[in-house]
Design a protein around this ligand. Structure first.
Ligand code: DC
Length: 230
């Protein structure tokens, strides 16, 4: 079974997908982490962001990134070094949208993402899981929340639980800018698939959010085989 969860930055996709996978014994594929690892590798290699649009498959291979299954998810590596924590750094946040809008990069990752799904129950989260990577997923979910809620969650991840208004405004603006780049890009823009179930998590606690997704998966399982078209 493939469950595709898409949505904007800070909507809780990855944390929800991870918790759902643990609860149901599925594997979790955090597709954003693949874009983040490539971004970190390019930054470390000193390749200026202006020349990223010219990266070809050989250059991407040369960045020596890899993902290895571990504990129901993946760990990410650059030249053999485990960078799973480092790919969340602000510098990567600030550059990853530029990497994710490059057609050659998306094409290169498409095959890897699909390969990761072979032969296992999977919860995949990102921006185009239901529209491009897994158009025939068994269940598609689009998670969203108000920009302020999403900004507060992102700050809380960095232990800023009671932000002052300037900090909150700056974080909201950064998120909206990433949403804009992700939604307006030519290739695989962020959008809700026509047959995705919309869940607005603005007023929901984390446990409730996870419960809703688990309930949808269980209902889908009860309704028997047969994949969705797009
Ligand atoms: O979900 P995230 O914040 O880790 O995503 C990092 C970036 O990668 C974000 O700018 C959107 C992009 N991304 C994408 O374009 N397609 C995906 N399937 C997943 C992430």
């Amino acid at each position: 079974m493939i469950v595709a969860i898409d949505g904007p930055a800070g909507s809780g996709k990855s944390s929800t997908a991870r918790a759902v996978a643990r609860r149901l014994g599925f594997h979790h594929l955090d597709s954003g982490a693949f874009y983040r690892t490539l971004t970190l590798a390019a930054l470390r290699a000193g390749i200026p962001a202006e020349s990223w649009p010219r990266l070809g498959p050989d250059d991407l291979e040369g960045l020596a990134v890899s993902a290895r299954p571990a504990d129901r998810g993946y760990r990410f590596f650059v030249a053999g070094e485990d960078v799973t924590e480092e790919i969340r750094a602000p510098e990567v946040n600030a550059h990853v949208s530029r990497m994710a809008r490059i057609r050659a990069v998306r094409q290169w990752l498409l095959a890897q993402l699909r390969r990761a799904a072979e032969g296992q129950d999977l919860v995949a989260d990102g921006r185009d899981m239901g529209t491009v990577v897994f158009p025939h997923a068994d269940l598609k979910i689009f998670l969203t929340a108000s920009p302020e809620t999403r900004a507060r969650r992102r700050l809380a991840e960095r232990d800023i639980t009671d932000p002052d208004p300037d900090t909150l405004r700056a974080e909201t603006e950064r998120l909206l800018e990433r949403d804009r780049i992700d939604s307006e890009r030519e290739v695989a823009p962020l959008r809700r698939a026509d047959n995705a179930v919309l869940i607005d998590t603005t007023g929901l606690g984390f446990a409730e959010q996870v419960d809703r997704v688990v309930q949808l998966i269980e209902a889908r399982r009860r309704s028997g085989p047969g994949r969705l078209g797009d």
